[in-house]
Design a protein around this ligand. Structure first.
Ligand code: CTP
Ligand code: CA
Length: 238
């Protein structure tokens, strides 16, 4: 494990990074989930730790193999559902200089979780009732301490009406974050792969400014994101 760079740009800073994908329980053995591996969030935690930060990694259902060998200035808390993730993020927020929400959060969860295993019954289909999950990121933006920097992620595709970038810009405004890492998934990249193409959106006066699209490994992307974060933190301090 790489040692933290003494005097790195995030020396003495505390970051909270969410990673992985939430699972919404249906019964004791079943859940609704997504395919997020957690690799991007782990790469971010590594990059932040290498820059000297103390990192709280909130890991949603990440393979233990991927979590092993992280530097000692990364502390891991495992969570499963979106509500657990939210509780942990809100608990960690007051001490944080910056928060990065890289986790893939389920938009909906089953309206109820049964205590015993659901039985198959009848010969017909099954309709599940879902309720909307809270938007963890928006909640964090609303309760943030002064000068805390908050970074969101968005994977978008375009359609016949709007480009993926247009959707990302709209999401940036809606979420109220300082930076939004926009992942263009129109071309089949991202999930589970080691390569990525991102643009970093930030507020630029009255409009949303998008950096040029950057291609690279999740480690390369993480370094870009951490550099943008460091830059933003320095702006806030001065
Ligand atoms: N996010 C969150 N809580 C949710 C949903 C999303 O905190 N319930 C966060 C994600 O971690 C990510 C950002 O919000 O940093 C954008 O997630 P995304 O799914 O793209 O946004 P949504 O608002 O859910 O919009 P969409 O309808 O496109 O899914
Ligand atoms: Ca969503």
């Amino acid at each position: 494990a790489a040692a933290a760079k003494l005097g790195g740009p995030l020396q003495g800073k505390r970051l909270v990074v969410s990673a992985g994908g939430t699972r919404e329980p249906l019964d004791p053995v079943r859940f609704l989930g997504n395919r997020s591996s957690g690799k991007q969030g782990i790469a971010l935690a590594r990059a932040a730790a290498a820059a000297g930060a103390h990192v709280d990694l909130v890991a949603a259902n990440i393979d233990t193999g991927l979590l092993s060998g992280l530097p000692e200035n990364v502390r891991i808390t495992n969570v499963e559902s979106t509500l657990e993730l939210q509780t942990q993020m809100l608990a960690s927020q007051p001490e944080a200089d910056a928060i990065i929400m890289a986790a893939a959060v389920a938009d909906y969860r089953p309206a109820q979780r049964t205590d015993s295993k659901m039985k198959k019954s009848g010969g017909e289909g099954l309709t599940l009732n879902l309720v909307q999950n809270p938007d963890v990121l928006v909640g964090l933006v609303q309760s943030r301490p002064e000068s805390q920097i908050i970074v969101g992620f968005a994977a978008e595709t375009g359609d016949s009406h709007h480009s993926a970038l247009d959707y990302a810009k709209a999401k940036f405004r809606r979420k109220g974050v300082d930076l939004l890492v926009f992942n263009n998934v129109s071309e089949d990249r991202a999930f589970g792969h080691d390569d990525n193409a991102v643009q970093i959106l930030s507020a630029d006066g009255t409009d949303v400014d998008a950096s040029v699209e950057f291609h690279g490994s999740k480690d390369d992307v993480s370094e870009k994101v951490i550099a943008a974060l460091v830059n933003r933190m320095e702006c806030v301090e001065s």
